[in-house]
Design a protein around this ligand. Structure first.
Ligand SMILES: *[C@@H]1O[C@H](CO)[C@@H](O)[C@H](O)[C@H]1NC(C)=O
Ligand SMILES: *[C@@H]1O[C@H](CO)[C@@H](O)[C@H](O)[C@H]1NC(C)=O
Ligand SMILES: *[C@@H]1O[C@H](CO)[C@@H](O)[C@H](O)[C@H]1NC(C)=O
Ligand SMILES: *[C@@H]1O[C@H](CO)[C@@H](O)[C@H](O)[C@H]1NC(C)=O
Ligand SMILES: *[C@@H]1O[C@H](CO)[C@@H](O)[C@H](O)[C@H]1NC(C)=O
Ligand SMILES: *[C@@H]1O[C@H](CO)[C@@H](O)[C@H](O)[C@H]1NC(C)=O
Ligand SMILES: [Fe+2]
Length: 465
């Protein structure tokens, strides 16, 4: 242990002494609380690639259940152009083709470019591929690496980003994620992408700028999409009454592969993880399609094959900020008993523009007469992490409920990102990185002991700050 780590441990212990009377730690980290400002339209990160009809806003996501397919999406502005992706293994010169579909949409007085989606299938595991989109003059080339074959001890590193937007802070969050030495291989994105809906008439030009901004990461590694409230784009006042219209045209998910009937809730398996994505803004009550899907999905999770069970959603269930307080409560009431029963390892959410990590708690005893409605420590329960601190223009959530509730282990109002670094079936290292520090500094961290293989370890005993 270095001197610095020693000092921070000591400081951590002192903070614990001071703040542990009620809940966990409220960080005393001091920052400038300035309003996050969107990058102007002529920013470098929004530059349109040169060349006639050049493909732009290139992004990829997993295209099947197991990680052997990739959905490639891109936009051409001038004409439809080619809807074919050419791809080849790093070690091979033989190019293969995947043909896609082109969609367009209108939103109020905005008309989209030509949005291409092509699924590349039957890829080999753990292999680097190059791919090209566009025609002759304006071909653009990218690459990705497929995940290793699914298995319980396959190490894999996920990045966590939420509520990103397109401010200078968003750019800092993305840069820090890219520079992090733990090298995230796939981003688990917990919703709220562009924040275009904060502009007059939901100016969809800001969906395009966001697509160009994020390309530098998402063209090279898959981002797994969760929808947030800023994807709803429901605006009857300007005649736009179809929820999720821009998002649905621009971003695809492999929902059919997990027998889902909607792109907004689905699951994937990747390396040693089974990831369930839920939709906070689609019906989830009893008998609804999402409810029925989740009820069937959870028993299918094979912890021998994928020991790590991760859930993504937008609106957090355990949140002690005075923003969106208890918004996740109705979904918690519906699904929390299942999360405990199936020993979900961790739930990531966004929505609140700050950072928070819970203890392993559950609150499932309540019925309408017994009065038992307090979260209690529960080793079968997930850790709940709010990572809605990507840095969008709405700024930080700084107002917290006081005193800090017992379920809250650590909270801090700073922008940042996190890394979930799976080592093997029993161990995963989690770290959160605030933007004010170097990308490798851990503002909060935790060793996760897998709930299935290590059901009785108390991971909260191993916290370090
Ligand atoms: C859409 O309408 C707004 C408000 O009337 C106007 O400022 C904007 O220039 C229009 N955009 C297009 C593409 O017509
Ligand atoms: C492609 O490039 C060639 C040579 O630079 C040029 O003559 C041609 O006009 C370009 N085509 C398009 C569609 O821009
Ligand atoms: C965004 O971040 C990148 C990488 O750090 C940097 O090159 C670029 O200049 C930044 N752009 C803005 C507008 O801050
Ligand atoms: C779970 O996965 C393991 C390892 O792949 C396999 O041997 C086993 O048959 C699976 N169990 C079920 C119920 O599918
Ligand atoms: C923080 O939130 C509480 C509850 O909504 C409110 O009463 C209080 O005025 C807020 N404090 C500040 C400084 O905004
Ligand atoms: C799993 O990873 C942890 C952390 O790297 C390590 O200490 C442990 O020995 C590993 N377990 C096995 C069975 O390899
Ligand atoms: Fe949100």
């Amino acid at each position: 242990m270095g001197l610095f780590q020693g000092l921070s441990l000591l400081l951590g212990l002192l903070l614990n002494l001071v703040f542990h009377c009620n809940g966990g730690t409220t960080s005393v980290f001091v920052r400038n609380v300035e309003k996050a400002i969107d990058m102007p339209l002529d920013s470098d990160v929004f530059a349109v690639p040169s060349g006639y009809n050049a493909p732009q806003q290139v992004h990829i996501t997993q295209g099947d259940l197991v990680g052997k397919a990739v959905i490639v999406s891109w936009v051409t502005e001038d004409e439809p152009g080619s809807n074919t992706v050419r791809y080849w293994r790093e070690s091979s010169k033989r190019k293969k083709l995947a043909k896609g579909k082109i969609v367009t949409y209108r939103f109020f007085n905005y008309t989209s470019g030509f949005i291409h989606h092509a699924t590349i299938r039957n890829l080999e595991y753990d292999t680097k591929y190059y791919y090209e989109v566009g025609l002759e003059n304006t071909t653009r080339k990218f690459w990705f690496t497929t995940p290793p074959e699914i298995g319980p001890d396959v190490p894999y590193t996920f990045g966590l980003i939420g509520d990103l937007g397109q401010s200078y802070d968003s750019n800092m969050t993305l840069s820090h994620y890219e520079l992090n030495a733990r090298k995230g291989q796939t981003v688990l994105f917990v919703g709220d992408l562009s924040y275009a809906d904060n502009y007059p008439n939901h100016d969809n030009v800001r969906w395009d700028t966001w697509g160009r901004f994020a390309e530098r990461s998402v063209a090279y590694q898959p981002w797994i999409w969760t929808v947030g409230n800023h994807e709803i784009d429901f605006a009857p006042e300007i005649g736009e009454t179809k929820p999720f219209k821009p998002f649905s045209h621009r971003y695809r998910t492999p929902y059919k592969a997990s027998q889902s009937t909607s792109p907004f809730w689905y699951s994937i398996k990747r390396a040693s993880a089974h990831i369930i994505v839920l939709a906070s803004y689609s019906a989830y009550g009893k008998y609804t399609p999402q409810y029925k899907w989740l009820e069937q999905e959870l028993p299918k999770v094979n912890r021998t094959e994928t020991p790590w069970l991760i859930v993504l959603m937008h609106s957090p269930w355990y949140n002690s900020y005075n923003y969106h307080y208890m918004e996740g409560e109705t979904m918690r009431v519906m699904y929390e008993p299942w999360f405990v029963k199936y020993k979900v390892d961790v739930v990531y959410a966004g929505h609140v523009h700050a950072y928070e990590r819970s203890e392993r708690v559950s609150n499932v005893a309540y019925n309408i007469v017994n009065g038992i409605c307090t979260p209690i420590k529960d080793e079968s329960a997930p850790v709940y992490i709010t990572i809605g601190d990507g840095g969008n223009l709405e700024g930080l959530a700084t107002n917290m409920t006081e005193p800090q509730p017992a379920y809250s282990a650590f909270r801090e109002a700073s922008f940042g990102h996190a890394i979930f670094d799976i080592k093997n079936r029993t161990h995963a290292h989690y770290s959160w990185h605030r933007n004010q520090d170097g990308e490798n500094v851990e503002g909060d961290s935790l060793w996760f002991f897998n709930r299935f293989w290590h059901p009785f370890d108390d991971s909260s005993a191993h916290v370090s700050h």
